[in-house]
Design a protein. Sequence first.
Length: 304
Amino acid sequence: MNTITTIQFKPVTIESVDEIKRFLSMSRSRTCDYTVAGILMWAEYFHYEYAVVNDTLFIKGVAENDLGTPAFSAPIGEMALEESINMIVDYCREHNLPVMFSAVPEDRLADFHSLGACQIEELVDWSDYLYMADDLASLQGNKYSKKRNHVNKFASEHPGYEFRELSRDNIDEVKKFYKGLHLEHDDKDVTAEIERQQVFNVLDNYERLPFEGAVLTTPESGIVAFAIGEVIGDTLYVHIEKMLHEINGAGETINKLFAAAMRDKYGVIYVNREEDVGDEGLRKAKMSYHPAALLKKYNLKVEK
C-alpha cells in the first residue's frame, strides 16, 4: 500500500540556497529558471515557494505571463516525472488549484505528453537566448565585426583599463556605481524596479552566493561596467550586466571578457543571456550577438 506524501512548501530565502542548488545540475535543460538566481532573485515577484520530497525539488509560484494563476515548475530530482506530477495533482486537488506548470522547457514537453492530455501555450516573450561561449569570447568572423570594433575602440580610448574579479575588495565600489545608475533612472516599470532591488540584494549577499562576477574599470572613470553570473554544468548564466552606456564599448567589452574568463576557468561551452521579456530594445541587443538557439518555454495545463 502506497503512503501518500503531502508536499509542504516553504518560502525561498537566501538560507534556502544550499538546499536548492544541489538539484539544479539535475535539470537537462539550460533555461535560466533552473538557477539559483532565477529562483532567488524573482522569489518575491513570482511568489516562489519550494519543497524537497524524496530527493526531488518542487517549486510553486505563478504563471510567468499571468501573476494571478498559481503554477508549478517542472520538478527536478530523483523521482520519476509521473510520480512527482501525481504528487502535484494531489496537492492541487487538496487545495482546489488548477494543475498548471509554467516555463516548462521545450525539451521537457514530450515527458509531459506521455502522462496524458495537456493544454500548451508558448510563452513567446520568455525564451532564453543561448550562445556559444567561444563566439562571445572571441567575436571572430564577419558577423561580429561591429562588436569587435566597439571592443577595440574601448581599448584604444581607455589605455590602462582593467578587468578584475568581483570580490570583497571592490564590492563596495560596485554598489556605489550601481546606486548611481539606479538614481539616473526614474521609470515606473515594476519588473525593472524589482530587478534593481534584487541586484542590490545580490551585491549585499554576494559572498554567500555561488556566483561569479567581474568588474571593468578605466583610469578616467573608475567602474564602467560589471557582470554577475552563475556556472552550472557546461553553461554560464549571465544574470546581471550593467554598464555606463555613454562609455562606448563598455558593454561589449565586459560581455566578451566575462565570457572568456568563465570559459577559461570552467570550460563552459554555452552562455545563457536570458530572456527579453518582450522588450524590443533587449530583443534587438540579444539578437545582435547571433544566438545559437532560442530556448522556448511553455505554460502547460495537465488535464487529470
